[in-house]
Design a protein around this ligand. Structure first.
Ligand code: ADP
Length: 248
């Protein structure tokens, strides 16, 4: 995906200023920066979730495979199948594990038979590293799983409609360290097939999981570079101060 000169306003308050960023495919891009700097706002531009926020206005251009996702020809519902989102707090539907994953492929008409749908569900749960743990209870409620399992279920749900991009907004902040490590390992695996963008409060997490890091401050994209460079030898003094813990 590519963002060019993106500005976001909530009413007359501007939250993002001229953000331009190229997000590579088959890679993890981390968005870091102090609370309120606009990371989630930027993430929500990428799947047009800001559309549903009253008074929110986005200008500039964001493309996916060269197509402007804000063009009138683009249906936001179809877009969100191509650009999936995983939220901070795991939010499975109050339905069975199977139904949580089957819902998307069903409404998008991706399976022509019951067995095809089952195959998609099993594949998605497998790719999300959850199948072995839940294969004997696919008809039990998704909300009965542990927090980490619920988050992997949400990842399976996102994967089930064959997205190109997976957005993750602090996906581990409600999880314990073991569940966090599992999600991080999963990201390593998923990046072979997907473009992943993660918002994280944790610089250690950004350093562990991402190849590219973008540092936001006061609504501006201050610096973006290879993650190793950002954490060892950033160009901008504000990045330097942030990654060395001087503020934020
Ligand atoms: P971050 O994810 O980096 O913590 P956000 O993107 O959530 O930052 O917020 C950026 C700025 O936009 C903040 O000043 C925040 O108060 C404001 N903001 C975020 N969401 C809304 C909203 N729904 N309505 C009004 N202002 C918002």
């Amino acid at each position: 995906m590519k963002a060019r000169d993106v500005n976001v306003f909530y009413g007359d308050k501007q939250a993002l200023f001229d953000v331009s960023l190229d997000i590579p495919d088959r890679s993890v891009t981390a968005l870091i920066g102090p609370s309120g700097c606009g990371k989630s706002t930027f993430l929500r531009c990428l799947d047009r979730m800001n559309d549903v926020i009253e008074g929110c206005r986005v200008t500039g251009e964001i493309t996916l495979d060269g197509q402007n996702i804000y063009s009138p020809q683009v249906d936001p519902v179809q877009l969100r199948a191509r650009v999936g989102m995983v939220f901070q707090k795991p939010n499975p539907f109050p339905k069975s594990i199977f139904e949580n994953v089957a819902y998307g492929p069903r409404i998008h008409g991706l399976a022509s038979s019951k067995s095809e749908l089952e195959e998609i569900v099993v594949n998605s749960l497998t790719k999300a590293g959850l199948f072995e743990e839940v294969k004997d209870r696919l008809n039990e409620s998704g909300t009965g799983l542990s927090g980490g399992q619920q988050q992997r279920l949400c990842i399976a749900r996102a994967i089930s409609v064959n997205p190109e991009v997976i957005l993750m907004d602090e996906p581990c902040s409600a999880l314990d360290p073991i569940a966090t490590a599992r999600i991080e390992a999963l990201m390593e695996d998923l990046k072979k097939n997907f473009c992943i963008v993660i918002v994280t409060h944790s610089m250690q997490q950004a350093a562990r999981v991402s190849q590219l890091t973008a540092f936001f401050h006061l609504g501006k994209l201050v610096e973006v570079d290879e993650t190793t460079k950002m954490f060892t030898n950033p160009t901008d003094v504000r990045t330097q101060d942030y990654v060395t813990g001087r503020f934020g």
